[in-house]
Design a protein around this ligand. Structure first.
Ligand SMILES: Nc1ncnc2c1ncn2[C@@H]1O[C@H](COP(=O)(O)OP(=O)(O)OP(=O)(O)O)[C@@H](O)[C@H]1O
Ligand SMILES: [Mg+2]
Length: 373
Protein backbone atom coordinates (compact mmCIF):
# COMPACT_ATOMS: atom_id res chain seq x y z
CA UNK A 1 0.00 0.00 0.00
CA UNK A 2 1.17 3.53 -0.73
CA UNK A 3 1.91 5.87 2.16
CA UNK A 4 -1.22 7.94 2.69
CA UNK A 5 -0.99 11.74 2.36
CA UNK A 6 -2.23 12.13 5.91
CA UNK A 7 -1.77 9.47 8.63
CA UNK A 8 -5.38 9.94 9.77
CA UNK A 9 -6.98 8.01 6.96
CA UNK A 10 -10.66 8.41 6.22
CA UNK A 11 -11.29 5.47 3.94
CA UNK A 12 -11.32 2.15 5.73
CA UNK A 13 -8.06 0.28 6.19
CA UNK A 14 -4.64 1.46 5.13
CA UNK A 15 -2.28 -0.97 6.82
CA UNK A 16 -1.28 -1.63 10.42
CA UNK A 17 0.60 1.61 10.90
CA UNK A 18 -2.54 3.70 10.42
CA UNK A 19 -4.79 1.41 12.39
CA UNK A 20 -5.37 2.14 16.06
CA UNK A 21 -5.67 -0.61 18.67
CA UNK A 22 -8.57 -3.12 18.36
CA UNK A 23 -6.28 -5.82 19.76
CA UNK A 24 -8.95 -7.20 22.03
CA UNK A 25 -11.48 -7.42 19.20
CA UNK A 26 -8.95 -9.13 16.95
CA UNK A 27 -8.24 -11.69 19.68
CA UNK A 28 -11.94 -12.38 19.98
CA UNK A 29 -12.30 -12.80 16.23
CA UNK A 30 -9.28 -15.14 16.17
CA UNK A 31 -10.74 -17.24 18.93
CA UNK A 32 -14.11 -17.59 17.23
CA UNK A 33 -12.65 -18.45 13.84
CA UNK A 34 -10.12 -20.89 15.25
CA UNK A 35 -12.89 -22.73 17.04
CA UNK A 36 -15.21 -23.03 14.11
CA UNK A 37 -17.71 -20.39 15.17
CA UNK A 38 -19.44 -17.98 12.83
CA UNK A 39 -19.50 -14.37 14.02
CA UNK A 40 -21.91 -11.46 13.89
CA UNK A 41 -20.00 -8.19 14.18
CA UNK A 42 -22.26 -5.24 14.86
CA UNK A 43 -21.94 -1.68 16.08
CA UNK A 44 -23.20 1.83 15.67
CA UNK A 45 -22.23 3.49 12.42
CA UNK A 46 -18.70 4.42 11.54
CA UNK A 47 -17.04 2.89 14.54
CA UNK A 48 -14.72 0.81 12.39
CA UNK A 49 -16.36 -2.53 11.57
CA UNK A 50 -15.17 -2.68 7.99
CA UNK A 51 -11.66 -1.51 8.84
CA UNK A 52 -11.44 -4.10 11.63
CA UNK A 53 -12.39 -6.92 9.29
CA UNK A 54 -9.84 -5.78 6.75
CA UNK A 55 -7.17 -5.64 9.45
CA UNK A 56 -8.17 -9.09 10.68
CA UNK A 57 -8.16 -10.51 7.15
CA UNK A 58 -4.70 -9.04 6.58
CA UNK A 59 -3.49 -10.93 9.65
CA UNK A 60 -5.15 -14.19 8.63
CA UNK A 61 -3.64 -14.01 5.14
CA UNK A 62 -0.21 -13.26 6.64
CA UNK A 63 -0.44 -16.27 8.92
CA UNK A 64 -1.09 -18.33 5.82
CA UNK A 65 -3.67 -20.85 7.01
CA UNK A 66 -6.74 -19.09 5.66
CA UNK A 67 -7.97 -17.50 2.51
CA UNK A 68 -10.26 -14.54 3.11
CA UNK A 69 -13.10 -13.19 1.04
CA UNK A 70 -14.79 -9.87 1.66
CA UNK A 71 -18.20 -9.16 0.15
CA UNK A 72 -20.12 -5.89 0.53
CA UNK A 73 -23.92 -6.17 0.43
CA UNK A 74 -24.57 -2.45 0.73
CA UNK A 75 -25.66 -2.01 -2.89
CA UNK A 76 -27.54 -5.34 -3.13
CA UNK A 77 -31.33 -5.46 -3.31
CA UNK A 78 -31.97 -9.08 -4.19
CA UNK A 79 -30.47 -12.54 -3.80
CA UNK A 80 -29.41 -12.34 -7.44
CA UNK A 81 -27.39 -9.18 -6.79
CA UNK A 82 -25.90 -10.79 -3.71
CA UNK A 83 -24.82 -13.77 -5.83
CA UNK A 84 -23.16 -11.35 -8.24
CA UNK A 85 -21.42 -9.54 -5.39
CA UNK A 86 -20.04 -12.81 -4.05
CA UNK A 87 -18.96 -13.94 -7.52
CA UNK A 88 -17.18 -10.61 -8.08
CA UNK A 89 -15.31 -10.96 -4.82
CA UNK A 90 -14.27 -14.48 -5.79
CA UNK A 91 -13.15 -13.16 -9.14
CA UNK A 92 -11.00 -10.51 -7.44
CA UNK A 93 -9.49 -13.19 -5.24
CA UNK A 94 -9.10 -16.14 -7.60
CA UNK A 95 -10.00 -15.18 -11.13
CA UNK A 96 -6.89 -13.31 -12.08
CA UNK A 97 -4.11 -15.81 -12.54
CA UNK A 98 -1.00 -14.66 -14.32
CA UNK A 99 -1.47 -17.22 -17.04
CA UNK A 100 -5.10 -16.30 -17.60
CA UNK A 101 -8.22 -17.28 -15.74
CA UNK A 102 -7.97 -20.41 -13.71
CA UNK A 103 -9.80 -23.41 -15.09
CA UNK A 104 -11.76 -24.03 -11.92
CA UNK A 105 -12.88 -20.43 -11.89
CA UNK A 106 -14.05 -20.67 -15.48
CA UNK A 107 -16.05 -23.74 -14.58
CA UNK A 108 -17.64 -21.82 -11.72
CA UNK A 109 -18.60 -18.95 -14.03
CA UNK A 110 -20.26 -21.37 -16.42
CA UNK A 111 -22.26 -23.02 -13.66
CA UNK A 112 -23.66 -19.70 -12.41
CA UNK A 113 -24.28 -18.35 -15.92
CA UNK A 114 -21.71 -15.57 -15.61
CA UNK A 115 -19.34 -14.30 -18.26
CA UNK A 116 -16.27 -12.14 -18.22
CA UNK A 117 -16.19 -9.18 -20.50
CA UNK A 118 -13.78 -6.31 -20.87
CA UNK A 119 -14.84 -2.84 -19.81
CA UNK A 120 -15.06 -0.58 -22.86
CA UNK A 121 -13.81 2.29 -20.71
CA UNK A 122 -10.87 0.84 -18.85
CA UNK A 123 -10.24 -2.44 -20.60
CA UNK A 124 -10.33 -4.16 -17.23
CA UNK A 125 -12.17 -7.48 -17.04
CA UNK A 126 -15.64 -7.30 -15.53
CA UNK A 127 -17.92 -10.01 -14.35
CA UNK A 128 -21.43 -9.95 -15.70
CA UNK A 129 -24.27 -12.28 -15.03
CA UNK A 130 -26.85 -12.61 -17.76
CA UNK A 131 -30.53 -13.37 -17.46
CA UNK A 132 -30.94 -16.62 -15.62
CA UNK A 133 -33.88 -18.90 -14.99
CA UNK A 134 -36.04 -17.82 -12.06
CA UNK A 135 -35.17 -19.36 -8.72
CA UNK A 136 -31.70 -20.37 -9.87
CA UNK A 137 -30.02 -18.36 -7.09
CA UNK A 138 -29.86 -21.13 -4.48
CA UNK A 139 -28.11 -23.32 -7.07
CA UNK A 140 -25.68 -20.52 -7.84
CA UNK A 141 -24.95 -20.09 -4.16
CA UNK A 142 -24.29 -23.81 -3.91
CA UNK A 143 -21.88 -23.59 -6.85
CA UNK A 144 -20.03 -20.71 -5.18
CA UNK A 145 -19.81 -22.68 -1.95
CA UNK A 146 -18.60 -25.80 -3.73
CA UNK A 147 -15.87 -23.78 -5.44
CA UNK A 148 -14.71 -22.55 -2.05
CA UNK A 149 -14.93 -26.01 -0.52
CA UNK A 150 -12.43 -27.25 -3.09
CA UNK A 151 -9.77 -24.76 -1.96
CA UNK A 152 -6.93 -26.30 -0.01
CA UNK A 153 -6.84 -23.62 2.65
CA UNK A 154 -9.62 -22.82 5.09
CA UNK A 155 -12.00 -20.12 3.98
CA UNK A 156 -13.27 -17.14 5.95
CA UNK A 157 -15.96 -15.20 4.15
CA UNK A 158 -17.30 -11.87 5.40
CA UNK A 159 -20.60 -10.44 4.25
CA UNK A 160 -20.49 -6.78 5.22
CA UNK A 161 -23.70 -4.72 5.55
CA UNK A 162 -25.49 -8.04 5.95
CA UNK A 163 -28.57 -6.34 7.43
CA UNK A 164 -29.44 -5.47 3.82
CA UNK A 165 -30.85 -8.94 3.27
CA UNK A 166 -33.81 -8.05 5.46
CA UNK A 167 -34.75 -5.55 2.71
CA UNK A 168 -34.20 -7.87 -0.25
CA UNK A 169 -37.03 -8.23 -2.75
CA UNK A 170 -37.46 -11.86 -1.77
CA UNK A 171 -38.96 -12.47 1.65
CA UNK A 172 -37.15 -15.81 1.81
CA UNK A 173 -33.66 -14.25 1.52
CA UNK A 174 -32.76 -14.89 5.16
CA UNK A 175 -33.79 -18.53 4.89
CA UNK A 176 -31.86 -18.98 1.61
CA UNK A 177 -28.67 -17.61 3.13
CA UNK A 178 -29.13 -19.54 6.33
CA UNK A 179 -29.45 -22.72 4.29
CA UNK A 180 -26.34 -21.77 2.31
CA UNK A 181 -24.22 -21.29 5.42
CA UNK A 182 -25.43 -24.63 6.76
CA UNK A 183 -24.58 -26.37 3.50
CA UNK A 184 -20.92 -25.45 3.97
CA UNK A 185 -19.96 -26.08 7.57
CA UNK A 186 -16.25 -25.80 6.72
CA UNK A 187 -16.54 -22.19 5.62
CA UNK A 188 -16.37 -19.62 8.43
CA UNK A 189 -18.79 -16.77 7.99
CA UNK A 190 -18.57 -13.27 9.45
CA UNK A 191 -21.80 -11.30 9.22
CA UNK A 192 -21.15 -7.64 9.71
CA UNK A 193 -23.70 -4.90 9.89
CA UNK A 194 -24.25 -1.32 10.85
CA UNK A 195 -27.85 -1.69 11.89
CA UNK A 196 -27.36 -2.86 15.39
CA UNK A 197 -30.96 -3.49 16.34
CA UNK A 198 -31.59 -5.41 13.18
CA UNK A 199 -28.45 -7.50 13.53
CA UNK A 200 -29.42 -8.43 17.05
CA UNK A 201 -33.00 -9.13 16.03
CA UNK A 202 -31.97 -11.18 13.03
CA UNK A 203 -29.64 -13.35 15.04
CA UNK A 204 -31.28 -13.26 18.44
CA UNK A 205 -35.00 -13.63 17.84
CA UNK A 206 -36.33 -17.14 17.89
CA UNK A 207 -38.61 -16.71 14.89
CA UNK A 208 -35.82 -15.73 12.44
CA UNK A 209 -33.80 -18.20 10.35
CA UNK A 210 -30.43 -17.03 11.67
CA UNK A 211 -31.48 -17.37 15.31
CA UNK A 212 -28.50 -18.41 17.45
CA UNK A 213 -26.45 -19.44 14.45
CA UNK A 214 -23.45 -17.25 15.26
CA UNK A 215 -21.59 -15.56 18.10
CA UNK A 216 -22.50 -11.90 18.60
CA UNK A 217 -19.55 -9.52 18.82
CA UNK A 218 -20.42 -5.93 19.61
CA UNK A 219 -17.78 -3.42 18.63
CA UNK A 220 -17.22 -0.64 21.16
CA UNK A 221 -15.38 2.68 20.79
CA UNK A 222 -11.58 2.64 20.87
CA UNK A 223 -10.54 3.61 24.44
CA UNK A 224 -9.32 7.19 24.90
CA UNK A 225 -5.86 6.24 26.18
CA UNK A 226 -5.21 4.01 23.17
CA UNK A 227 -6.37 6.70 20.79
CA UNK A 228 -4.24 9.30 22.58
CA UNK A 229 -1.07 7.25 22.08
CA UNK A 230 -1.94 6.66 18.45
CA UNK A 231 -2.67 10.32 17.69
CA UNK A 232 0.32 11.69 19.60
CA UNK A 233 2.57 9.12 17.92
CA UNK A 234 1.63 10.25 14.44
CA UNK A 235 1.94 13.93 15.35
CA UNK A 236 5.35 13.34 16.94
CA UNK A 237 6.61 11.47 13.91
CA UNK A 238 6.10 14.61 11.85
CA UNK A 239 7.58 16.90 14.52
CA UNK A 240 4.08 18.07 15.52
CA UNK A 241 2.28 18.06 18.83
CA UNK A 242 -1.19 17.87 20.34
CA UNK A 243 -1.90 17.64 24.07
CA UNK A 244 -3.78 14.94 25.95
CA UNK A 245 -6.45 17.44 26.96
CA UNK A 246 -6.91 18.51 23.37
CA UNK A 247 -7.34 14.92 22.25
CA UNK A 248 -9.89 14.42 24.99
CA UNK A 249 -11.82 17.44 23.71
CA UNK A 250 -11.90 15.91 20.20
CA UNK A 251 -12.78 12.45 21.53
CA UNK A 252 -15.71 13.78 23.57
CA UNK A 253 -16.98 16.00 20.78
CA UNK A 254 -16.79 13.02 18.41
CA UNK A 255 -18.71 10.95 20.96
CA UNK A 256 -15.76 8.53 20.66
CA UNK A 257 -16.82 7.65 17.11
CA UNK A 258 -13.79 6.53 15.12
CA UNK A 259 -14.67 8.25 11.87
CA UNK A 260 -15.25 11.66 13.45
CA UNK A 261 -12.05 11.44 15.50
CA UNK A 262 -10.10 10.55 12.37
CA UNK A 263 -11.71 13.42 10.47
CA UNK A 264 -10.89 16.07 13.08
CA UNK A 265 -7.34 14.76 13.52
CA UNK A 266 -6.87 14.71 9.76
CA UNK A 267 -7.67 18.44 9.66
CA UNK A 268 -5.59 19.34 12.70
CA UNK A 269 -2.59 17.40 11.44
CA UNK A 270 -2.68 19.19 8.12
CA UNK A 271 -3.05 22.62 9.68
CA UNK A 272 -0.66 22.93 12.56
CA UNK A 273 2.65 22.08 14.11
CA UNK A 274 1.64 22.81 17.68
CA UNK A 275 -2.13 22.53 17.97
CA UNK A 276 -3.82 25.51 19.66
CA UNK A 277 -7.13 25.16 21.49
CA UNK A 278 -8.72 27.84 19.33
CA UNK A 279 -7.73 25.96 16.23
CA UNK A 280 -9.64 22.90 17.37
CA UNK A 281 -12.82 24.91 17.81
CA UNK A 282 -12.32 26.46 14.41
CA UNK A 283 -11.88 23.08 12.73
CA UNK A 284 -15.02 21.71 14.40
CA UNK A 285 -17.07 24.62 13.09
CA UNK A 286 -15.58 24.27 9.64
CA UNK A 287 -16.38 20.56 9.49
CA UNK A 288 -20.00 21.24 10.43
CA UNK A 289 -20.30 24.03 7.89
CA UNK A 290 -19.15 21.67 5.18
CA UNK A 291 -22.07 19.39 5.97
CA UNK A 292 -24.61 22.23 5.99
CA UNK A 293 -26.22 21.39 2.64
CA UNK A 294 -26.63 17.71 3.47
CA UNK A 295 -27.98 18.26 6.96
CA UNK A 296 -30.37 21.05 6.02
CA UNK A 297 -32.01 18.55 3.71
CA UNK A 298 -33.20 16.47 6.65
CA UNK A 299 -35.71 19.16 7.55
CA UNK A 300 -37.45 18.36 4.25
CA UNK A 301 -37.43 14.59 4.73
CA UNK A 302 -38.75 14.60 8.30
CA UNK A 303 -42.12 15.77 9.59
CA UNK A 304 -42.15 19.02 11.51
CA UNK A 305 -42.49 17.22 14.85
CA UNK A 306 -39.76 14.70 14.03
CA UNK A 307 -37.41 17.55 13.14
CA UNK A 308 -38.15 19.40 16.36
CA UNK A 309 -37.75 16.27 18.47
CA UNK A 310 -34.47 15.43 16.73
CA UNK A 311 -33.14 18.92 17.39
CA UNK A 312 -34.17 18.77 21.03
CA UNK A 313 -32.43 15.39 21.46
CA UNK A 314 -29.26 16.80 19.92
CA UNK A 315 -29.34 19.75 22.29
CA UNK A 316 -30.15 17.72 25.38
CA UNK A 317 -27.57 14.94 24.79
CA UNK A 318 -27.34 12.68 26.73
CA UNK A 319 -31.11 12.46 27.14
CA UNK A 320 -32.54 9.76 29.38
CA UNK A 321 -36.23 10.56 29.52
CA UNK A 322 -37.63 12.00 26.28
CA UNK A 323 -41.20 12.04 27.55
CA UNK A 324 -40.49 13.81 30.83
CA UNK A 325 -42.33 17.06 31.52
CA UNK A 326 -39.05 18.95 31.86
CA UNK A 327 -37.80 17.94 28.46
CA UNK A 328 -41.13 18.53 26.70
CA UNK A 329 -41.49 21.96 28.26
CA UNK A 330 -37.91 23.10 27.85
CA UNK A 331 -38.02 22.47 24.11
CA UNK A 332 -41.74 23.28 23.74
CA UNK A 333 -42.49 19.98 22.09
CA UNK A 334 -46.20 19.80 22.87
CA UNK A 335 -48.09 16.62 23.74
CA UNK A 336 -46.17 13.57 24.91
CA UNK A 337 -48.22 11.37 22.59
CA UNK A 338 -47.11 13.14 19.41
CA UNK A 339 -43.49 13.22 20.62
CA UNK A 340 -43.74 9.52 21.30
CA UNK A 341 -44.99 8.84 17.75
CA UNK A 342 -42.20 10.96 16.24
CA UNK A 343 -39.63 9.26 18.40
CA UNK A 344 -40.75 5.81 17.28
CA UNK A 345 -40.36 6.80 13.63
CA UNK A 346 -36.91 8.28 14.30
CA UNK A 347 -35.83 5.12 16.08
CA UNK A 348 -37.18 2.88 13.35
CA UNK A 349 -34.98 4.60 10.79
CA UNK A 350 -32.13 4.69 13.35
CA UNK A 351 -31.84 8.46 13.10
CA UNK A 352 -32.16 8.19 16.87
CA UNK A 353 -30.62 5.32 18.82
CA UNK A 354 -30.68 4.38 22.46
CA UNK A 355 -27.26 3.64 23.85
CA UNK A 356 -27.10 2.48 27.45
CA UNK A 357 -30.36 4.24 28.25
CA UNK A 358 -29.44 7.52 26.54
CA UNK A 359 -31.29 8.75 23.46
CA UNK A 360 -28.84 10.03 20.86
CA UNK A 361 -28.94 11.45 17.36
CA UNK A 362 -27.09 8.58 15.70
CA UNK A 363 -24.99 10.58 13.23
CA UNK A 364 -22.49 12.45 15.40
CA UNK A 365 -21.86 15.33 13.01
CA UNK A 366 -25.59 15.81 12.54
CA UNK A 367 -26.05 15.84 16.32
CA UNK A 368 -23.38 18.50 16.72
CA UNK A 369 -24.78 20.54 13.88
CA UNK A 370 -28.34 20.42 15.22
CA UNK A 371 -27.23 21.31 18.71
CA UNK A 372 -26.06 24.65 17.32
CA UNK A 373 -29.37 25.54 15.65
N1 LIG B 1 -8.82 1.15 14.33
C1 LIG B 1 -8.83 2.22 13.53
N2 LIG B 1 -7.80 3.08 13.51
C2 LIG B 1 -7.82 4.18 12.72
N3 LIG B 1 -8.83 4.49 11.90
C3 LIG B 1 -9.89 3.67 11.87
C4 LIG B 1 -9.94 2.49 12.68
N4 LIG B 1 -11.11 1.87 12.44
C5 LIG B 1 -11.75 2.62 11.53
N5 LIG B 1 -11.03 3.69 11.18
C6 LIG B 1 -11.45 4.77 10.28
O1 LIG B 1 -12.73 5.17 10.71
C7 LIG B 1 -13.62 5.35 9.62
C8 LIG B 1 -14.82 4.45 9.75
O2 LIG B 1 -14.39 3.11 9.67
P1 LIG B 1 -15.23 1.98 8.93
O3 LIG B 1 -15.64 2.43 7.59
O4 LIG B 1 -14.45 0.74 9.08
O5 LIG B 1 -16.49 1.96 9.90
P2 LIG B 1 -17.81 1.10 9.78
O6 LIG B 1 -18.21 0.79 11.17
O7 LIG B 1 -17.62 0.00 8.83
O8 LIG B 1 -18.79 2.22 9.17
P3 LIG B 1 -20.20 2.03 8.44
O9 LIG B 1 -21.19 1.98 9.55
O10 LIG B 1 -20.33 3.31 7.65
O11 LIG B 1 -20.12 0.80 7.62
C9 LIG B 1 -12.78 5.10 8.39
O12 LIG B 1 -12.36 6.37 7.97
C10 LIG B 1 -11.60 4.30 8.84
O13 LIG B 1 -10.46 4.61 8.10
MG1 LIG C 1 -18.61 -0.48 7.08
Amino acid sequence: MKTPDNPFVLHTYHGKKYFCDREHDIEKLQEHIQNGRNVVLYAWRRLGKTALIQRFFDLLEEEGEHETIFVDFLACHSIDEAVQAIASSLYDRYGKLETGFSASFQKLLASIGATLSFSPLTGAPELSVGVRPPDSEPKSLTALGEFLRERKKKIVLCMDEFQQIAHFEEAKAEAVFRFWTQQFPDIRFIFSGSHRTMMVEMFASASRPFYQSAQLLSLKPIPLDRYTDFIQGHFAEAGKSISKEQIERVYTWARSQTYTIQLVCNYLYSRSTVVEDAEIEQVLVEILEQQQAVFANFSKILTHTQWRVLKAIAKAEPLHNPLSKDFLQKYRLGAASSVSTALKALQKSEMVVVDEGAYLVHEVLLARWMARL
